[in-house]
Design a protein around this ligand. Structure first.
Ligand code: MG
Length: 239
């Protein structure tokens, strides 16, 4: 593999375990709201979150309308999660809107890194004696993503959040602003992420190389990625 000066990681489902964070945020919220927690409530919560994300169009990050309204849609989606949950598990202490806002507060308190992710970033990082400048680039709400990624901050130059950049992955503007801020050329950079669209196609479109983090063994049908790994540990051999 060629020598890069800079490695940029995606956050959710790459370094951070979003599903674990979401579950902890639901648990903390239900405790505050005085709602008895059951496996069924947690299962409905996950399904409601997934379905509301899909229906809000938040997976359609190549749709210009979604790109433009991403952060508004994100907030509306959070309220919609609780419209769905409370239809099955009525809540007497908060409205769906209040629960949505509280849920986002609870999410801020999370930040579960995948096993070995923090150690890997540390080992690569120039800031900790490694060979690379390391950054993180993520779609999401600024305060939440910065808070969840706090443990990585000693090792990364910056965490780039779509809401701060006013542009979302996979838009070229997102990646160009990130590269410009880092002061690096695209061909010096390797992007690593779990989304073929947001991370891989997005990075490739501006001339970066991209490594598909693919723990579930999905097919890269169009062969967009330059590299593929199934576990983050494989990066130790590659770079
Ligand atoms: Mg991701």
């Amino acid at each position: 593999m060629k020598q890069y000066s800079c490695i940029i990681f995606d956050a959710d489902h790459t370094l951070l375990d979003y599903l674990a964070d979401e579950k902890q945020a639901f648990l903390a919220l239900y405790k505050d709201l005085g709602m008895p927690v059951s496996d069924e409530l947690l299962a409905i919560s996950r399904v409601s979150s997934e379905n509301s994300w899909t229906e809000a169009g938040l997976y359609n990050v190549t749709d210009p309308q979604v790109q433009k309204a991403y952060h508004t849609l994100y907030r509306t989606h959070t309220q919609e999660i609780f419209n769905r949950i409370f239809a099955k598990f009525p809540c007497h202490t908060a409205t769906a809107k209040q629960a949505g806002l509280l849920f986002l507060e609870k999410l801020k308190g999370q930040g579960k890194a995948f096993d070995g992710a923090l150690e890997l970033v540390q080992a690569l990082s120039q800031k900790a004696g490694g060979k690379y400048r390391v950054a993180i680039a993520t779609n999401g709400l600024s305060d939440i993503q910065h808070a969840r990624l706090k443990a990585f901050s000693p090792y990364v130059e910056r965490v780039y959040v779509s809401q701060d950049l006013d542009s979302v992955k996979p838009l070229p503007g997102f990646f160009r602003r990130t590269l410009q801020d880092l002061g690096v050329e695209p061909n010096e950079c390797l992007m690593i992420g779990d989304s073929l669209i947001s991370d891989i196609a997005g990075a490739k479109a501006v001339g970066m190389d991209a490594c598909f983090f693919n723990p579930k063994g999905q097919e890269d049908k169009d062969g967009v990625a330059d590299f593929q790994i199934q576990s983050l540990q494989e990066l130790y051999q590659m770079v």
